[in-house]
Design a protein around this ligand. Structure first.
Ligand code: ATP
Ligand code: MG
Length: 507
């Protein structure tokens, strides 16, 4: 059995997987016997309770205690990774942050898996949305490390799903689109599938579009209907809101299978009301969301220089791709039915296990020097090995660059890495002059964005480097950048013929 695991740290559900002796990836059940763990956490008695036990402890409470615990339950923390909420995060009076909460979720997955597997889980490949930038990726890695994990690599969720799709089958070479609509995020990725591994051509996504938005649209509709029919305001407390969202969530899922469904709203201390909701009504509420999804698909194809007819397979993944009108939109757009061969809930996590197992294999073949582990993904022969193992070679998915002075002395943002560029490949060098203090590298501002241009809001931090003693004022240096196998920004400075690793001080 390969000892490294795959982990899908999802907005609503997370899972952990491993490749067994049969060379097939399997999900590992948690202590509750489930393959997926709700990504929720509740601070209680000096520690975080995670997953179903957290939900159960809210359910078991009543009255004011229930109201208090409902408000204390932390959900959807993935959307806050790298961007902690301004007012901070508090659970039951405990002040925390998104990294600590994600670490608690990962720690539960790892703890439960270690018990079941009979050895301590340490090495993992973790998935994240393809559109995650450096900030979100760094925060995810920090959370994993805080949970005691060694991150072999972070891979993009659609790429992991593609890996599950191609594993163990002779895929016909051709272009495929992975349409990954989960609970909180959306990614569209175009890949060239091949027998010698697959290559990502382009990827694009929306960080805040997923099942939560579909549920919220229905919840707003249900609340209005309740207020119209009962002529009373829907109560404005956490427990009533929680009930509304739970009812909307369940109704949304039923409407993927049925044309209509009955809902019952019974907020505490208020009039109960039961009524019918139809799929047509739901579809009327989500038109704009569907349009946003379609626009991103179009933009991804454009980036990949493909037309809809070039795409031979549309692969669905993520729980929200079960929504019939999402599938119909894709069918209209591509004039073909999307394939539903992938396990919508687990394919991402399973792909991470394949990558973890292959990674372990590569490290066996390419031992590091002096017994030190080496980053296999930074070495061409190792990359080749991964490709031969039928894996997915990803690309840069967000632009990165630095601010430089133009001829008129104005500061302009120069894009050095563009979406579609190869991972691990250094950018062209950009000249920088050392003026003033010669002890530290001149402050160089780094930007990482999500469009084609870098904007002020994309500010990521500064390059820092202690200069070798004796560096003269006026010395010339160059800056190069790359994204490593996990999509994290790395910097290299060349000064007087010497390569020096630059440090990126993220704000
Ligand atoms: N039958 C269904 N119809 C509609 N939506 C569904 C159905 N089943 C599950 N979902 C939605 O799928 C979402 C969960 O999907 P998934 O587990 O893929 O997301 P995630 O991995 O937690 O999120 P992300 O990948 O965005 O971080 C939830 O929002 C859920 O409501
Ligand atoms: Mg997911």
């Amino acid at each position: 059995m390969k000892r490294a695991v795959g982990i899908d740290l999802g907005t609503t559900f997370s899972s952990i997987t491993i490749v067994n002796a049969d060379n097939v990836a399997h999900p590992i059940p948690n202590a509750e016997g489930m393959f997926t763990t709700p990504s929720v956490a509740l601070w209680r008695d000096g520690r975080f309770i995670v997953g179903q036990p957290a939900l159960d402890s809210v359910q078991a409470a009543s009255g004011e205690e229930r109201e208090r615990l409902t408000g204390a339950l932390i959900r959807g923390v993935k959307r806050m990774m790298g961007r902690p909420p301004a007012g901070g995060l508090v659970s039951n009076g405990y002040r925390t942050d998104p990294i600590e909460v994600s670490a608690a979720i990962l720690a539960k997955l790892v703890h439960d898996a270690s018990l079941l597997l009979g050895f301590p889980v340490r090495d993992a490949v973790i998935t994240g949305p393809a559109h995650f930038g450096d900030r979100e990726r760094s925060a995810t890695k920090a959370a994993a490390e805080r949970a005691g994990l060694r991150v072999l690599q972070m891979i993009n969720e659609p790429s992991a799903a593609a890996l599950t799709y191609t594993h163990g089958q002779q895929v016909e070479p051709g272009a495929a689109l992975v349409f990954d609509l989960g609970g909180g995020t959306f990614d569209a990725t175009v890949l060239q599938l091949g027998t010698q591994g697959s290559r990502v051509l382009a990827t694009k996504g929306i960080e805040e579009l997923g099942g939560i938005n579909f549920t919220n649209a229905l919840a707003t509709f249900l609340r209005r209907r309740y207020e119209m029919e009962t002529k009373t305001a829907y109560p404005n407390d956490s427990a009533a809101y929680d009930q509304l969202v739970n009812v909307a969530e369940a109704a949304k899922c039923r409407l993927s299978a049925a044309q209509s469904t009955r809902v019952m709203l019974a907020p505490p201390h208020s009039v109960p009301l039961e009524f019918e909701v139809t799929r047509k009504q739901f579809e009327g509420l989500i038109g704009l969301l569907l349009l946003q999804l379609q626009v991103v698909v179009e933009q991804t194809l454009e980036r990949a220089h493909k037309t809809p007819s070039d795409i031979q397979r549309v692969l669905l993944c993520g729980g929200s791709s079960r929504i019939p009108s999402v599938q119909e939109m894709l069918k209209r757009f591509f004039s073909r039915l999307p394939e539903t061969t992938l396990d919508l809930d687990l394919s991402v996590a399973l792909g991470a296990a394949y990558q973890a197992a292959a990674y372990a294999e590569v490290q066996r073949e390419e031992p590091g020097q002096n017994g030190k582990r080496q980053d296999a993904l930074q070495h061409a022969p190792a990359l080749q090995l991964l490709a031969e193992a039928g894996l997915v070679i990803d690309c840069v998915s967000y632009p990165v660059g630095i601010a430089v002075k133009n001829a008129r002395g104005e500061s302009v943002k120069l894009v050095m890495l563009r979406p579609g560029d190869a991972l691990n490949a250094w950018s062209q060098p950009v000249p920088v002059r050392i003026l003033g203090s010669t002890a530290t590298f001149p402050p160089v501002d780094v930007y990482a964005g999500d469009g084609t241009q870098l904007l002020a809001k994309d500010y990521l931090g500064q390059i820092s480097l202690a200069l070798p003693p004796g560096t003269p004022s006026g010395a010339h240096a160059t800056v190069m950048m790359r994204q490593d196998g996990s999509g994290l920004v790395q910097i290299q400075i060349n000064l007087a013929g010497r390569d020096l690793p630059g440090n990126l001080q993220r704000i």
